[in-house]
Design a protein around this ligand. Sequence first.
Ligand code: C2E
Ligand code: MG
Ligand code: MG
Length: 727
Amino acid sequence: MQIDEINGTETLGLLALQAEILESIATSCPRDQVLNQLCHLSEQVVSKCVASVMIYDYSRTYITVVSAPNLPEEAIKILDGTVPGEGMGSCSNAVLLGKPAFIRDVLVDSRWHKVRHIAKKFKIGACWSFPIFVHGKVTGSFAISSFEKRAPSQLHQQLLKISAHLAGIAIERSINDEIMSHSNTAFNNTSEAILVSDIHGTVFRSNKAYHTISGFDVTDTQKFNIFEALVMEEFLIRTVKACLQKKGTWRGEIEARKKSGQSFPALLNISVVNDKRGYPCQYVAVLSDISLLKESEKKLLFLAHHDTLTKLPNRFAFEKILKDTLEKNCTLNSPIAILFIDLDNFKTINDARGHAAGDKFLIQVANRLTNCMRDTDVVARVGGDEFTIMYAYKGVDDLRKTAQRILINLSKLYHVDGNDYYSSASIGIALAPADGETIQSLIKCADTAMYRAKKLGKDQFCFYTKNLTKTLKTRMEMETCLRQSIAKNELFIEYQPLYDSNKNIVSIEALLRWNSPKFGIVPPDLFIKLAEESGLIITIGLWVLENTCIQASKFIDHFPELKISVNLSRFQLKDIFINSLSSILTSTGFDPSRLEFEITESTMLKEFSHNKNLLLKVNQMGIKLSIDDFGTGYSSLSDLKNLPVQSLKIDKSLIDDLPGDAAITNAVVAMGSALGLKVIAEGVESDEQLDSLINAGCDYFQGFLFSKPLSLDQLTQKLKHVNGEPT
Ligand code: C2E
Ligand code: MG
Ligand code: MG
């Protein structure tokens, strides 16, 4: 149907209607006002009718009346929410099929069969509906409901077509406005700064976030070129422009400008916007302030690479720096040393004064280490009381002097929480790349050398040698075997008798032996130390105690005066030991008054007050105590007076001096006797020594002169032989 089929007046009428509606749309009249106006105008063209506009809801399941200025409220209520279907009337059919539904008699037409009651109620005769399209999609319908049964004339049809089209424009416009208003809200409320410029870079829009972040106001931004507003560095502007030209977009981190002249780290997303014809017309820049992110990134990075207590680099960072330096050094060719430093008595301070004091002490150590090195050296904390230093040295002499300087500095007096401490450290030194190929192996070498320095008496430094690794390897193998020794039945006990001056056996010392299939008979001096260092001594010590009690029970009852002594390591002197001791005595039924513990003089002196309490408890159980290896530990008379001990064993080293140099032995015997202690000489090998000891007033004697350590069978024979048949 063409407009020229309608007469001139009618055409003019339609054009006027069209012009009026378009003007309203152009002057941004609200949608519903425009639609109402459209209905009114249409009703003026068609007699005896009401016009209406229905549109789909967002979900496109039902249609609602958005304009029907002359339709009764009641009718609107009924029509609202109609779900389009075949028999549901003209509008339903128009939106369902996307085609006009011109129904001349709604009371007979099947397209109305479900809603005829509405037609009857509101006296509708005909209803012509035309679909409204927005963006090519059916969005609703424009309808004229006539109170007379009739088909639409050409004019009516043209009117419906134009009105539906105009309604579409009004609806589209309102949708666009809505989108625009949403995007404006987003534009102004987003936390990202946004700048929009023309293609020459002149900024014409900027949002609130940009002004807040940058400090520039709207008048400032309008004078800006977008690139200069954002980026400070010339070379970066060139890079960004080049990328925009090539790809139409650039994204990256920048130092963005602030009005104050400062800058802030930002993530910039800048894109070229093309016009409808595809020509670049604008730049849109979105800028996020990432200062906080950068700050926390920095903190995280620091935490990942530093020890929180001392703020020194941690093991991870140290290894990385060392790796980088060694890689660089291949070209620089200057030698690097790795110093592994372990404090000698940190545990004592930590245990005695608590962790807070321990922490403060470690901070002082870290400061001293840093202060005695150059800025180019790297000091790190790699463990509790372990530090490493990467040192570019100028020769072995320089290295020695540096290690010595560290030792001196670390051994100076410390003040922590009003208390004074002295400490020392052991240092192991490995040289790169001579001592190891990998970072880990170099650090391990320095650690091994440090371990050697500890062995040699602490408070010293030691260079790594290949032999150290060998020794360490053997030690580790031995430790593994020792760990299995009880289960594999490799431990056994020998007994060495102690005699009185009448050559009667008064006591027997239990001495532990280890027969290792791999290492042979290992001297106790060696494996006991290993057991102490590895913590195995607790289990092994209890094994000795229990087995001595079991074995000695077999003969002890026959010799009423006989005592059995067992050696205790200082690592066994823990409160928990008392519990284990009680249960062994209970389970074996061994009489505690027949038992004696030998504890070395140095152990007695160490951790004096703690040991004293524990030893008192042992004494209270009826067990006697003896100080072993006496004469090697420099105890004073007052120390001895305070300890709950009943006898002391003079160390073999003093007995060796006999009979020539008897002064010390005589003094020890005299002192011991004066304190009411029984005095025993150990390691007596000759008659001359024995005579000298008897002269001095020594009570008991032990040594090869009398007997070597014996097996249980040999011992029972010896007891029979020396002390007579069992009673
Ligand atoms: P100790 O307790 O001072 O034991 C005396 C050591 O001197 C024993 O060495 C003994 O065989 C040796 N000896 C005794 N008389 C003579 C002598 O006339 N001449 C010489 N040259 N040596 C003599 P052994 O059995 O090698 O034990 C060494 C150390 O191992 C012991 O010294 C003791 O400190 C420790 N030990 C042995 N068994 C145990 C144990 O079960 N527990 C603990 N914690 N330590 C043990
Ligand atoms: Mg002993
Ligand atoms: Mg001894």
